[in-house]
Write a protein that binds this ligand. Structure first.
Ligand SMILES: Cc1cc2nc3c(=O)[nH]c(=O)nc-3n(C[C@H](O)[C@H](O)[C@H](O)COP(=O)(O)O)c2cc1C
Length: 211
């Protein structure tokens, strides 16, 4: 197979690069306590020792989310279901500072355990963070490392097997932007134990090796 190198535009990560991203909704509050919500896909969980679970959140520094985090040091990462794609899109609209995007959605909120920004009830999982470090790789961007204070999920979800809960939450997946600048979405809902067990057989058939 021949290979070709692709152009590295400013949006290369959601344009040229073919990679699936999670979709989360980050909730923050401003200094006056006004709630803000916005979708974020550039969120990376990591841990370099058992004592420092952390999240990397990558943001345009002009977004209210980033400004609120810089002002208060706190944020919550909420994981929505694909059924709420319309609500997710609504939170991505640009409203003036201090406007709570969630009032234009069906989402409701509940307090977080350790920080001021709320959790979104209809999301299946939440990560509460306090700022650990902020990097500024360019004049327009902030890379925020948050210390994870709490991970919470819908009661009973964690009792399921990992595969079942991945299929059950039917998480939306973001595949970037197409040639018309439309967003491409998928879901994890098609996953099941059966589907995964069937994979080796499918591969054999594709390879022409099935009996
Ligand atoms: C699916 C999706 C994922 C997004 N991910 C990010 C991201 O990771 N980083 C970012 O800076 N903006 C991201 N955005 C754009 C912001 O959500 C958007 O600009 C929003 O208006 C910012 O809102 P705010 O000013 O209230 O924070 C994303 C948008 C969508 C629709």
């Amino acid at each position: 197979m021949q290979k070709e190198s692709l152009a590295l535009h400013v949006m290369w990560h959601v344009d040229a690069l073919l990679q699936v991203f999670p979709i989360t909704i980050v909730t923050t509050v401003d200094k006056d306590g006004n709630i803000n919500a916005a979708p974020y896909s550039l969120v990376v969980p990591f841990c370099s020792s058992p004592r420092n679970p952390q999240m990397l959140l990558i943001s345009n520094r002009n977004w209210h989310t980033a400004q609120n985090i810089e002002a208060t040091g706190e944020f919550v990462i909420n994981y929505p279901r694909a059924a709420h794609l319309r609500e997710i899109t609504t939170t991505s609209r640009f409203y003036p500072a201090g406007v709570n995007e969630l009032i234009y959605t069906e989402f409701t909120v509940m307090p977080a355990r350790f920080v001021s920004p709320p959790r979104i009830v209809e999301c299946y999982q939440h990560i509460e963070c306090r700022v650990h470090a902020i990097m500024r790789p360019s004049p327009t961007q902030v890379n925020i490392v948050g210390a994870v204070l709490d991970l919470s999920a819908d009661q009973g979800l964690y009792a399921r097997s990992r595969l079942d809960r991945t299929a059950h939450v039917n998480a939306p997946l973001y595949w970037g932007i197409d040639e018309t600048r439309g967003h491409i979405y998928g879901t994890t809902g098609a996953l099941s134990t059966e589907a995964v067990e069937a994979l080796p057989e499918d591969r054999k058939k594709v390879a022409g090796k099935a009996p």
